[in-house]
Design a protein around this ligand. Structure first.
Ligand code: MG
Ligand code: FE
Length: 170
């Protein structure tokens, strides 16, 4: 593949990742504002929202280093994450469950995106971007692992709240 092709694939991937992260914020922030009964989930979401803002900054730095102006970025909604956002916004009584599944899917989607970007960076010799992309990937992996470990606890709490008659509480 010609070097300019690799560069184009890399820049497009970085822009898509930038859009993905903004989409992630638009999924997590409304969830955080609605949570009342799951303080551990709220604390973790709050932490990952801050991490995500840092991830966006890292992507903008990489793009700036490639002389790609991020202000011209058009963050197109990704259909996959968009569908998950819509699912998360449902007002059904099992919102915490659906959000847990959607968040787990989202973090794995993000992991795949960064693994791919790291591969393109290596192919194109963009070594300066590697540590920032690895930092983003590590945060997605940590969040995915936390969600994975907490699906049982969230479900157990959901069941006990249901038993107590608090059906609609998030
Ligand atoms: Mg992210
Ligand atoms: Fe993430």
């Amino acid at each position: 593949m010609a070097a300019n092709e690799t560069r184009e694939v890399f820049v497009t991937g970085l822009r898509n990742a930038h859009a993905m992260e903004n989409q992630a914020l638009s999924i997590m922030k409304p969830q955080l504002s609605r949570i009342e009964n799951y303080p551990e989930v709220a604390a973790k979401l709050e932490q990952h929202i801050r991490e995500t803002e840092g991830q966006i900054g890292r992507l903008e730095d990489i793009l700036a280093g490639l002389n790609e102006d991020h202000s011209s970025l058009k963050d197109m909604a990704l259909s996959f994450t968009g569908a998950m956002a819509a699912m998360g916004h449902t007002m059904a009584g099992d919102e915490i469950q659906k959000n847990s599944f959607a968040n787990f899917a989202l973090e794995n989607f993000e992991m795949a995106a960064y693994k791919s970007l790291l591969t393109v960076a290596e192919a194109g010799g963009y070594g300066a971007a590697t540590s920032a992309l690895q930092a983003n990937l590590a945060e997605e992996q940590a969040m995915a692992a936390w969600l994975d470990e907490n699906i049982a606890a969230v479900t157990t709490k959901f069941l006990s709240l249901r038993e107590a008659g608090e059906r609609a509480k998030v």
